[in-house]
Design a protein around this ligand. Structure first.
Ligand SMILES: C[S@@+](CC[C@H](N)C(=O)[O-])C[C@H]1O[C@@H](n2cnc3c(N)ncnc32)[C@H](O)[C@@H]1O
Length: 154
C-alpha cells in the first residue's frame, strides 16, 4: 500500500475498518470470501477485460461461489456499449464468465461521491481507477457506506 492509499484509508471513518485496498487477483481468491453469494460493484472497468479474467478465475477456483450481481459504473459510453455486447455474447455462448453472473447492470455514468447506489456490495473493485477520481476521498466514503458487513474494496 503506498502513502496515498494509506492517507485515503486513514481518512475513511473508523467504523468502516474492514476496507482493504489491494490489487491482486490471487490475493482476492486467497483472502477470498467465505460467502457463497456475492454482490460485486466494479468502477471504471473500461471494456471489462480484467473483470472477465476474475470471473474466469472465480469459475475455476470457487465454483461454489455465485456472483448474484455485478454492477458497473463506467463513464465511457463507448466502453459500456462494448461491455454490453461482451455480456450478451458470453450469455449466448454460456462461456462461464459473464454468463455465470446472476444479474449484470451496466451504468454508463460516473461514480461520484453523491451517487446513490442500489445495493450493499461484498466486493468493490476500482482497478487502475483511483488516480482518475478528482474527489477520491468522497468516492471512497460513498463506497464505504455501501459495503456489506465484511465487504472488501480492492
Ligand atoms: C485506466 S482505465 C482502467 C480500465 C480497467 N479498469 C483496467 O484496469 O484496465 C480507467 C477507467 O475508469 C473510468 N473512470 C474514471 N473515473 C470514473 C468514475 N468516477 N466512474 C466511473 N468510471 C470512471 C474511465 O472511463 C476508464 O475507463
Amino acid at each position: 500500500m503506498n502513502k496515498l492509499h494509506q492517507h485515503l484509508i486513514n481518512s475513511i471513518p473508523k467504523e468502516t475498518k474492514s476496507i482493504k485496498v489491494r490489487f491482486s487477483y490471487d490475493a482476492m481468491l486467497r483472502h477470498g470470501f467465505s460467502l457463497l453469494q456475492l454482490q460485486w460493484l466494479s468502477v471504471g472497468p473500461a471494456e471489462g477485460d480484467r473483470e472477465t479474467e476474475i470471473l474466469r478465475l472465480f469459475a475455476s477456483h470457487r465454483p461454489d461461489l455465485k456472483i448474484e450481481l455485478l454492477e458497473i459504473y463506467e463513464l465511457s459510453k463507448d466502453d459500456c456499449s462494448v461491455l454490453r455486447r461482451k455480456v450478451d455474447k458470453s450469455r449466448e455462448a454460456q462461456d462461464g464468465t459473464w454468463s455465470s453472473v446472476g444479474e449484470v447492470v451496466v451504468n454508463d455514468k460516473e461514480l461520484l461521491p453523491d451517487t446513490e447506489m442500489g445495493s450493499r456490495y461484498d466486493l468493490v473493485t476500482l482497478m487502475h481507477v483511483t488516480y482518475y477520481l478528482p474527489d477520491r476521498v468522497g468516492v471512497f466514503k460513498n463506497i464505504a457506506g455501501n459495503l456489506a458487513p465484511g465487504g472488501k474494496m480492492w
